[in-house]
Design a protein around this ligand. Structure first.
Ligand code: DGT
Ligand code: MG
Ligand code: MG
Ligand code: MG
Ligand code: MG
Length: 253
């Protein structure tokens, strides 16, 4: 078929191929989840249903895109790490980012009822996304460590804040003032001495977030090996995590 005279507009499209040989991280984050969590009565400071729904949506993405080797989620965000050598969609930025984002978002809505049985989804949620490239394994580890440290800092703050408000009867303004300028040790102490709570005994999913790994297991029924996406709530800042799961950083062929 002859080309139409409109065909030239194609040349306005830019090449957005990502640099070869670098880790591709896609991070999605809920749009205004401050409002979304309030509107849907998320429990404070952590709503297990909400976190498990995030994990389910992220697992769905990992099962679809096999070049994602590890994912990490906390709060309303998820990071997906694609292998350095992936040739998925010729490493086209917008293809990779928009497919992952839209599958995550549609899965979040699709599986909503499984986790929030009695809560009606009152409006369609959306997520932003970005791609960041990390050239070295250390950069990638530092990126993931940054997100897990963020989870820890926010969770310690939120756990103490909501203990002061819900169990201590402070107003949110009073709790904010009380915590202003406090260090990590002070928050542990408030939780321990005033609320009889040892922060270290809080659930790991709240303290560490969720790491999703791809593992091959033997199906107990058929004896065949198959891939599963495994959720872990472990410290990924330590070397031991990367030694135990050495396949994440190794180039597979
Ligand atoms: P953004 O991302 O700039 O559009 O705005 P937000 O409001 O999504 O801000 P962000 O992403 O920095 O913070 C996440 C919000 O989601 C924060 O207000 C707390 C809320 N959220 C996330 N997980 C939970 C949860 O399990 N329980 C409750 N109550 N709130 C949560
Ligand atoms: Mg934000
Ligand atoms: Mg958000
Ligand atoms: Mg967030
Ligand atoms: Mg098409």
């Amino acid at each position: 078929m002859a080309k139409s005279r409109f065909e030239y507009v194609r040349d306005f499209e830019l090449d957005d191929r990502l640099l070869p040989n670098s880790w591709i991280v896609v991070r999605i984050d809920g749009k205004n989840f401050h409002k979304f969590s309030t509107k849907h009565n998320f429990q404070k400071p952590n709503d297990l249903r909400a976190l498990e729904l995030m994990n389910k949506a992220a697992s769905t993405v990992m099962l679809e895109f096999k070049d994602i080797s590890i994912s990490y989620g906390q709060s309303d965000e998820y990071s997906f790490v694609l292998r350095k050598d992936t040739s998925l969609y010729n490493r086209r930025n917008s293809k990779i980012m928009t497919y992952i984002n839209s599958l995550f978002t549609s899965s979040y809505v699709f599986f909503w009822k499984e986790f929030f049985e009695d809560v009606k989804l009152s409006y369609p949620p959306s997520f932003d996304s970005r791609i960041v490239l990390y050239p070295t394994d250390q950069n990638l580890r530092d990126y993931l460590s940054w997100r897990q440290a963020d989870c820890h800092i926010n969770n310690l703050y939120n756990t103490t804040f909501w203990a002061l408000v819900i169990r201590g009867g402070l107003t949110t303004a009073e709790a904010e003032k009380r915590l202003c300028g406090t260090f990590s040790a002070d928050k542990h102490e408030i939780l321990f001495s005033e609320f009889n709570t040892n922060y270290n005994n809080e659930p790991d999913i709240y303290k560490k977030g969720t790491v999703l790994l791809r593992k091959r297991i033997k199906d107990p029924k058929h004896g065949k090996r198959r891939q599963v996406v495994l959720p872990l709530h472990e410290d990924l800042i330590q070397d031991s995590f990367w030694e135990k799961n050495h396949e994440i950083l190794s180039i597979q062929t």
